[in-house]
Design a protein around this ligand. Structure first.
Ligand SMILES: Nc1ncnc2c1ncn2[C@@H]1O[C@H](COP(=O)(O)OP(=O)(O)OP(=O)(O)O)[C@@H](O)[C@H]1O
Length: 574
């Protein structure tokens, strides 16, 4: 109930359309009730031998025609306005959900699959449409029809109306059976479809591995088994489901039989007219309809509510990265950075960094070095506030990052990530992603600096070449150069380079190194590199080990020290 109220309140902007739909439902139902009444009246006139039957019948016919016209109009406004409101709200909700996801911290995404999140936005959110345009209107229609037809039946004849209730307990019980026994079987079928989908997705993504390890036969058998299981689950559900409709039809028809027999008896003793019996039988069809649809409406409501609950679960999620009210805006940033007694863990009890201290003067370059998994990327992620330290603080120009507006922080930090991601779009659009209104000249300049211009010009359509899923596939090194160009375009006072040159050959790397050193002049640069040759000129090299700093100094001082750095360096020289 709470969920229904939340959806209805959320769709406030579209209440006008939803109310119009409700009014249309009521008028539509009333017009549906009119036709049996006309037939009953006509039968009455005919059986009584009314001399004015022709004139009266024409009048009734015209009224009925008007009712049918109104019915057609209401049928349109009912369907269209409910869907108009529901689909607009769905679009709003999907946008809000996406907005919410964009503002959640990376922690939230760590244990979620992209498919699951897409499914929240696409499938689960779609349930608001099911709720607003189907389940709630269907519930109202059915309750309204049931109550109004019952009122008409009792107004025609109380004894016959009471008799027509005889079959309702059976209809109700069949519905309960359907809801308790048949529907769960259909849910099993949904699960079987999900399993098959999941296995297919997994298989198609890993098609290369399947061929490399010659597992085609095994995978075909697996998919075949899941496909067969889904078919069997469906058939099992369907067999029981198919029993439902004949039983429902039988008990509805039995109601009519009771009325014919009992109506005939009441007519024989003069308690009811032929016209009443005719009218009664026509109304009976409408009377049983809501009862037979009970399980469908119930299922729709449950499905819709469960989907909406999953949506609201995300909407109510709190980001672990919270922005202060009235945060400080970083303007005219110098770029001094300080890690002050920083401790961080992803999983409680397994610290990645403990009591870490580091001061980086504005305009200098600091390189982070250390074994794989020691926490270099984590430190960089903390600086961009993808995560917050568990203890201690990080300061930029003496402002604690927790006091700074996230937007102004990220506007001042440019980053080249370890795993380069390029969007589906042109080369130009991908570079311009960091600065939407960049000119073609600016894009070409940064591409040249990143040593990307030449290979871009070799592509079929140059800067207008499509890349990403639907376009040309680029090599790791080419992607990296585009990512560097994108970061250069940002022209931010702080530059974070997470192994930005790892996928490049020696020659290109040397050229880019030169470009990066020109770029980093005057900016605070924090770089991570496995290849020590790339960080020789850094102002400070920080060697990480365990959960903290093992050594710190310039390339020369660290070599002289003959510690870890010197050993790593010697190993790489070999
Ligand atoms: N999102 C995460 N959730 C849980 N643990 C994580 C997460 N990201 C990284 N880790 C773990 O934290 C540790 C530090 O990872 P990080 O990526 O910072 O290391 P790194 O020094 O950059 O490694 P590499 O040189 O291989 O890139 C690793 O043990 C890693 O498994």
């Amino acid at each position: 109930m709470k969920v229904c109220i939340r959806v209805i309140l959320g769709a406030k902007k579209y209440w006008g359309y939803l109310i119009l739909s409700m009014i249309s439902i009521i008028v539509l139902t009333l017009t549906q009730l009119y036709a049996p009444w006309v037939i009953k009246e006509l039968t009455d006139l005919a059986t009584k031998g009314d001399p004015e039957i022709a004139a009266k019948a024409s009048k009734m016919g015209l009224n009925l025609l008007a009712a049918y016209a109104l019915q057609a109009l209401c049928s349109f406004t009912r369907g269209y306005s409910a869907h108009y409101g529901a689909y607009h709200y769905l679009a709003d909700l999907r946008t809000a959900l996406y907005d919410k996801l964009q503002h959640l911290s990376l922690n939230y995404f760590n244990d979620k699959q992209t498919g699951q999140l897409v499914s929240r936005i696409m499938n689960d959110a779609a349930n608001v449409e099911l709720l607003l345009a189907h389940a709630i209107p269907d519930l109202i229609i059915n309750v309204f029809i049931f109550l109004s037809v019952a009122a008409i039946l009792f107004s025609i004849n109380v004894k016959l109306a009471a008799a027509s209730f005889i079959t309702t307990p059976f209809l109700y019980l069949i519905n309960i059976f359907y809801a308790r026994v048949v529907l769960p079987k259909f849910r099993l079928n949904q699960k079987a479809i999900g399993d098959l989908n999941g296995a297919l997705q997994d298989n198609l993504s890993g098609v290369k591995e399947i061929q490399v390890f010659n597992q085609q036969e095994y995978e075909i058998r697996k998919i075949g088994m899941l496909a067969r299981r889904q078919s069997n689950t469906f058939l099992n559900a369907m067999r029981l489901g198919e029993l439902f409709h004949p039983f429902i039809s039988f008990f509805s028809a039995a109601g009519t039989v009771i009325i014919i027999i009992y109506g005939g008896y009441l007519a024989s003793i003069g308690e009811v007219s032929i016209a009443d019996i005719v009218g009664f039988i026509l109304y009976l069809g409408l009377f049983y309809q809501p009862i037979t649809r009970l399980s469908d409406v119930n299922e729709q409501l449950h499905t819709a509510i469960a989907g909406c609950e999953r949506v609201f679960e995300v909407m109510d999620e709190e980001s672990s990265i919270k922005e202060k009210i009235n945060p400080t805006q970083l303007t005219n940033m110098k770029g001094d950075i300080e890690f002050r007694h920083v401790t961080f863990h992803y999983i409680e009890g397994s610290p990645i960094i403990k009591n870490f201290d580091l001061k980086i003067q504005s305009g200098t370059t600091v390189a982070l070095v250390g074994p794989t998994g020691v926490g270099k990327t984590t430190l960089v992620s903390l600086l961009n506030r993808f995560y917050d330290p568990v203890q201690g603080s990080i300061l930029i120009d003496n402002c604690d990052l927790k006091d700074v507006s996230l937007k102004s922080l990220r506007d001042n930090v440019s980053m080249v990530l370890q795993d380069v991601y390029l969007f589906t779009g042109t080369v130009f659009e991908n570079i311009a992603y960091s600065c939407r209104n960049a000119t073609k000249e600016q894009i070409i300049t940064v591409a040249q600096k990143a040593q990307a211009h030449e290979f871009i010009m070799d592509l079929e359509h140059g800067y207008d070449t499509y890349i990403g899923e639907r376009g040309v596939k680029l090599s790791g090194g080419q992607k990296q150069r585009l990512a560097i160009a994108r970061a250069l375009l940002r022209d931010a006072p702080i530059l974070l380079l997470d192994e930005a040159t790892s996928a490049l050959d020696n020659q290109t790397e040397a050229a880019i190194q030169q470009a990066l050193s020109i770029l980093s002049a005057g900016r605070t640069t924090l770089m991570i590199a496995h290849r020590l040759s790339t960080i020789k000129s850094a102002d400070q090299i920080v060697v990480l080990e365990g959960t903290g700093v093992a050594e710190q100094g310039t390339h020369e001082t660290l070599l002289k020290k003959k510690g870890i750095y010197a050993r790593l360096h010697a190993a790489q020289d070999i």
